[in-house]
Design a protein around this ligand. Structure first.
Ligand SMILES: CC(C)(COP(=O)(O)OP(=O)(O)OC[C@H]1O[C@@H](n2cnc3c(N)ncnc32)[C@H](O)[C@@H]1OP(=O)(O)O)[C@@H](O)C(=O)NCCC(=O)NCCS
Length: 375
């Protein structure tokens, strides 16, 4: 049998911190209200030069460094996102170029906040099916760009970030042990961005009516989330041939501490097995699970043989749960100066490669124009 083992991990968040007091300056709310209703104290907001692809690129580079893998060995880049840099092309193609993964394919997956679980299952299936050896799976979003900063029921919730894992083909029975994916598209109106897609293109009127921002029915989403997490996690645990007691760490999508606690209670998972960092990042959408995974590793909560229950939910409405058996030593390696030198060289190579390809394309275009003129 072939398995897809997680051998690299990394994350990236913007340096700009927006606290609850900062939000108090924008809308009628309070730090106390936000903390007690959501558990969020602060979130990271992308700066003008940052975007989903820049965060995804940094997370990917960090994951490659942990995996000690050259970008040229990456076969496929999958980015889960619902805030791509452009409607097309994919963020994955931009990341593939940025990191210099010269022979990799690239595509995006959109399953909103559950996207990372969907991308993980696609990548694991491709590796298990023998199609690829090394696949980068990235969850990255900049929901701050879709937030209406005059709507106090949504602007308090979201933040920006990216998390990545590198999956490698392995004979050892680790990695994804089971996966449950689900969708209830009748709930599309519970959480969505009305304008900006093919149904309602952006016009001045749509912008005037603030239809290009996130609209959410908070209570509906809350009830859906608690139910979806509990049901999907139970199904994934059963399908892995385990019981809830076998789960060593529960890493749910970080949307709201009350959702996480209610779901953990329904699943009878004790608080010490629940990982949460929602207080520092808010809801980073599809990035939240891989960022939380990285921080759980940093906190020494993940070791060889650990069974992790990862569960996502969100717009769609869609959800996904995965049981991952950890297979590699996650102890931080001592800093090696030469490794960071190699990484610097690799990222410079990627920049030069991209520049050379773009220049070649311009030269070809000029030649063609001259050829046509010459006819
Ligand atoms: C959004 C959410 C925090 C609201 O909490 P809630 O306890 O359900 O609050 P309600 O929506 O019932 O609103 C209660 C009151 O607080 C007010 N309120 C809403 N946002 C507020 C804010 N930021 N500050 C102060 N008051 C606020 C409402 O206007 C309402 O006032 P009213 O009773 O006078 O009408 C909660 O519903 C939630 O977290 N839902 C899930 C959202 C989510 O996770 N989405 C992403 C999924 S991926």
């Amino acid at each position: 049998m072939t398995y897809a083992q997680i051998v690299g991990w990394g994350y990236a968040v913007p340096s700009r911190i927006m606290t609850n007091s900062d939000i108090e300056q924008l809308v009628d709310t309070s730090d106390e209200w936000i903390r007690t209703r959501t558990g969020i104290s602060e979130r990271r907001i992308a700066g003008p030069k940052e975007s989903t692809s820049t965060l995804a690129t940094r997370a990917a580079q960090n994951a490659l460094q942990v995996a000690d893998l050259s970008p040229s060995k990456v076969d496929l880049v999958i980015v889960a996102t619902s805030t791509p840099d452009f409607p097309m092309p994919s963020v994955a193609s931009i990341v593939q170029d940025n990191i210099g993964a010269a022979r990799a394919g690239a595509f995006d997956v959109n399953a909103a906040c559950s996207g990372f679980i969907y991308a993980l299952s696609v990548a694991s299936g491709m590796i298990a099916g023998g199609l690829h050896e090394n696949v980068l799976v990235i969850g990255a979003d900049t929901l701050s760009r879709l937030v209406d900063w005059t709507d106090r029921s949504t602007c308090i919730l979201f933040g920006d970030g990216a998390g990545a894992v590198l999956l490698r083909r392995s004979e050892s029975p680790t990695g994804l042990r089971s996966c449950v994916l689900g969708s209830d598209g009748s709930g599309v109106g519970s959480l969505y961005v009305p304008a900006g897609g093919s149904r309602t293109p952006i016009t001045a009127e749509q912008v005037q009516a603030r239809q290009h921002f996130i609209k959410m029915k908070g209570g509906e989403v809350f009830r859906f989330a608690v139910h979806a997490i509990a049901q999907a996690t139970q199904q994934a645990v059963q399908s892995a041939g385990m019981t809830m007691d076998d789960v060593d760490l529960f890493i749910p999508h970080q949307a709201n501490i009350r959702i996480i606690q209610s779901a953990a209670k329904a699943l009878k998972i004790p608080p010490e097995k629940v990982f949460s960092n929602v207080n520092r990042y808010g809801n980073t959408s599809t990035a939240s699970i891989p960022i939380a995974l990285c921080e759980a590793i940093e906190a020494g909560k993940v070791s060889v043989g650990s069974n992790l229950a990862l569960v996502g939910f969100g717009a769609g409405l869609a959800w996904g749960a995965a049981i991952v058996q950890w297979g590699v030593d996650a102890t931080p390696m001592p800093f090696a100066w030469w490794k960071s030198m190699v990484r610097n060289i690799q990222s410079r190579e990627a920049v030069v490669r991209s520049f050379a390809l773009r220049t070649q394309r311009r030269i070809d275009a000029l030649r063609r124009v001259n050829g046509i003129h010459g006819v």
